[in-house]
Design a protein around this ligand. Structure first.
Ligand SMILES: [Zn+2]
Length: 130
């Protein structure tokens, strides 16, 4: 399963980050999933407990935030949601666009039981599809 490898990579990144920065027990992991990343949040939630089961993150809660798939039209500069319009610019009907957000999956923040620790490494960046 596609999501299994993504969650595994994410968990490894967090574990490594905690080790490098002497982060105490993690309470929550905030993960961002782009609407255009083809990663299904329900699957991520399903595989997460399996992946963390025998790690130091077994008590850490996973919080998933969805990131809108936004694009800017090359022809009229309209900014629109790619998922809602199925890729068309709603203003001029053009298919030419630059995707601005929603393509990535990453770890946004790690919360510990003591205090919040921003992931200064920039997290796990993965681009999935278009
Ligand atoms: Zn347009």
């Amino acid at each position: 399963m596609h999501e299994m490898s993504i969650v595994r990579a994410m968990v490894n990144t967090v574990l490594q980050f905690c080790k490098d920065n002497n982060v105490p027990k993690v309470s929550e992991i905030v993960m961002q999933i782009g609407e255009l990343s083809l990663v299904i949040p329900e699957y991520v939630e399903k595989v997460y407990p399996v992946v963390v089961k025998n790690t130091e993150l077994k008590d850490a809660k996973l919080i998933i935030e969805m990131v809108e798939g936004l694009a800017e039209c090359d022809d009229c500069d309209e900014i629109f949601n790619v998922v809602e319009t199925k890729g068309y610019c709603p203003n001029c009907g053009s298919f030419n666009k630059q995707v601005l957000s929603g393509k990535d999956v990453c770890v946004k923040e790690i919360h510990t039981f003591e205090e919040s620790a921003e992931n200064k490494e920039g997290g796990l960046q993965q681009t999935e599809g278009q």
